[in-house]
Design a protein around this ligand. Sequence first.
Ligand SMILES: Cc1cc2nc3c(=O)[nH]c(=O)nc-3n(C[C@H](O)[C@H](O)[C@H](O)COP(=O)(O)OP(=O)(O)OC[C@H]3O[C@@H](n4cnc5c(N)ncnc54)[C@H](O)[C@@H]3O)c2cc1C
Length: 367
Amino acid sequence: MVIGGGIGGLTTALALVSRGVDVTVYERAPELCEIGAGLGVWPAPQAVYDRLGIGDKVRGLAGPWKTAGLRRSDGTYIVRIPIEDLRARLGGATIGVHRGELQALLLRSLPDGTVHTGKELVGLTQDGSSVTVSFADGTSTAACAVVGADGLRSRTRELLFGPRRLRRCRMAAWRGTASPGDDDWGDFAGETWGPTGRFGILPIAGRVTWYAAARRFSNSGGKHELLRRFGDWHHPIPDLIAATEPGQIWCDQVYDIAPLRHWSKGRVTLLGDAAHAMTPDLGQGACQAVLDAWALAEALATNDDVRGAFDAYERARKGRARIVAMVARATTNGAGEGRAAVAMRSALTQRVPLGAALSALSFVAKA
Ligand SMILES: Cc1cc2nc3c(=O)[nH]c(=O)nc-3n(C[C@H](O)[C@H](O)[C@H](O)COP(=O)(O)OP(=O)(O)OC[C@H]3O[C@@H](n4cnc5c(N)ncnc54)[C@H](O)[C@@H]3O)c2cc1C
């Protein structure tokens, strides 16, 4: 049984189904609809989707881009990386997909009836042979094992290990998606640094998804503030903000969690953000959840007992996910604001040889 129908939970279900395991997903939301914005999917999770037979369909959700890199708010490049260099070095390029479209694809790829919506986990008890979970609607059900893929504020994690404080990061993030219409929004995918924050662009099929980050947002946090911060930055940033419907702009304070000593207890384990919520700076949270899903399915298929499988899964994934989360947090904390801080960070970044930068990216891409 999987709790949570996000990217982590649905990919876990698909990986288990591909190994002939009977699985049910219980999701709190009344329906899985297209919410959220874009996600960068790195080569390693793409390889997982290849193994699950849907790699080309996932890449079909992506948008075209030719140049990646980091820019200044006037559009000049701090680092410019042609897509061919990324492909040669990383064995593929990060693609941009819409979270809701990826979720819908995963849902379509699962047998009918796998996902039950409107089911909010509220309780969990286990003995040596099974786990019983109860839901907010008063129903309950049992399974031989449970995977908690219920995100940053995981109830499964709380029921297993007690309440855990979320770490408030010095970052607020906006996300949105817009259509270029007849405009030319270029072929760039990457991030722009300026004194009032950072702005990322990632093309997806037929649209462009974007994110913005700043130390904090004002009470409104909406389009008005975005235009105030980024309205005079390079093309197409002001157009992207202007073309995004206000209802399609998500604005959140960013949190992560301190590393957990264990992800599993008895016949219950955690996966994705529930196990290792990280800051979004490397664009790795969902990617790591996909890698967890594959490792967990493999461990369950190759171990006779559930506890042995969960041990093997933790050994395969915990160290790597911890390093990625640590680097993401350090990146977030190092992203100072203000003219001097940004100029210094840009100058330091520019001094890193491209080969070294690509090696670092390659570590993350294969993580
Ligand atoms: C600004 C921003 C940008 C990001 N960009 C990227 C990126 O480019 N690439 C990337 O890989 N990652 C990115 N991430 C991170 C990514 O969004 C998360 O890491 C990822 O969504 C985690 O997936 P998950 O399935 O573990 O959890 P979630 O997506 O949070 O899914 C959890 C699911 O569980 C359900 N649920 C919760 N509680 C219960 C309950 N009690 N009972 C039943 N169901 C429940 C929820 O409704 C939800 O559907 C970004 C994050 C942010 C904030």
